[in-house]
Unconditional design. Structure first.
Lengths: 259, 113
């Protein structure tokens, strides 16, 4: 059943509910509708970090996720789910707790309840705060999120070259497996490699800044081209050069790192 | 060997190299930071190596001794080069004699050996 969500707002003679001009079928002018309060657990206040707008249906999903994790220190939803529209593959959810959780059971629950794949990252809060300064990919993930409770994420950077080497190694797959990856996978690997470079160059680590850097390295419209998988040998050559230079820089860093 | 089969084997070798290097470096590094918490299943390289392997005949049993030997030796050589470059730059706790163990383990997973 289609639902419209809104609040009752104060009027002069009568109170009113505003609804969007463009509405689903069944909500034409003149149609009689029932107004009923939502259950009190819905649309609870959430903490937002660089998230200006979240579609109402996504707020309901977030609320479902937060309600599930009642007894943890905090839970965050991040990643492409927060971008406008519905082009996400899964929902990146960070659960901050000392306890261990059953990942498989949780995935099954949300697949059944919401029809959505959920990717859980579970770790203690103190581990997150200890390790995030040396992890560009995690910093990028948490550049914007919604959380059950307020969370201040440190923005410091500590360069650990061996960790960066491990992370960059995964992006080598774009070279070796170019013909076997789809556009989304190619974009992710490119984005991760460029995020590592941005981390080293002390540049901002958020989705739009990294996308700008991708366009800087690989040309205008390259983000769309990569996602649509309409890139070819020219891009691959540029990427090989980029990857080689970055790897060289990281390995030099390993060499000069204090033991 | 057909051109397509050669290409599949080449891609399989390249990605298998990445998997082995990743495993060796991961095991030799004491502090892997937050990576241990968010590794999304197997890394992409392993998935691609498996995808390629599924397209190489024979599919349900190990490759011929000749093909398996070619794959095995190439991966060992590639991994050795990757690790030498890193050892020259200060990596420690990497033992070359263990490369064979990691490679053999992966080739069994991929049903190449």
């Amino acid at each position: 059943m289609v639902m419209l969500l809104s609040r009752i707002s104060k009027g002069t003679v009568m109170d009113q509910i505003y609804v969007p001009k463009i509405r689903a079928p069944g909500f034409e002018r003149g149609v009689t509708v029932a107004i009923t309060p939502l259950q009190s657990k819905a649309i609870t206040e959430i903490y937002r970090h660089h998230v200006q707008y979240l579609e109402p249906i996504k707020k309901i999903i977030v609320d479902e996720i937060f309600s599930y994790f009642e007894h943890v220190d905090n839970v965050l939803v991040a990643g492409s789910f927060l971008e406008e529209g519905f082009e996400f593959e899964d929902i990146d959810t960070v659960v901050l707790t000392e306890k261990s959780i059953d990942n498989a059971a949780i995935k099954t629950h949300f697949k059944a309840a919401l029809g959505i794949d959920i990717h859980i990252i579970c770790l203690p809060l103190k581990e997150l705060l200890r390790g995030i300064d040396s992890d560009p990919l995690f910093q990028m993930l948490l550049s914007r999120f919604v959380a059950k409770k307020r969370l201040l994420v440190p923005k410091d950077r500590a360069i650990k070259y061996k960790l960066l080497d491990l992370q960059l190694l995964e992006s080598k797959t774009l070279i070796d497996g170019f013909d076997f990856l789809n556009g989304r996978e190619k974009y992710k690997l490119t984005r991760n490699a460029v995020a590592i470079a941005s981390f080293l160059n002390n540049k901002p680590l958020n989705a739009s800044s990294v996308d700008n850097e991708i366009e800087h390295y690989f040309g205008e419209m390259s983000v769309i081209s990569i996602k649509e998988n309409i890139i070819g040998a020219e891009f691959l050559l540029k990427y090989k050069i980029f990857h080689k230079k970055l790897l060289k820089r990281i390995l030099e860093g390993v060499k000069n790192e204090p033991k | 060997m057909s051109q397509n089969r050669k290409k599949l084997i080449r891609v399989c070798i390249g990605n298998s190299t990445t998997v082995v290097v990743h495993r060796i470096l991961g095991d030799s590094t004491e502090d892997t930071g937050l990576k241990k918490y968010y590794q999304k299943e197997a890394i992409n390289a392993l998935r691609i190596a498996e995808t390629c392997r599924e397209k190489i005949n024979p599919k349900a049993e190990p490759l011929s001794e000749k093909d398996a030997s070619i794959v095995h030796n190439k991966i060992i050589a590639n991994v050795t080069n990757e690790l030498k470059a890193r050892i020259a730059r200060g990596y420690e706790n990497i033992r070359f004699e263990e490369i064979e163990i990691y490679v053999a383990e992966l080739l069994k997973e991929l049903q190449i050996l």
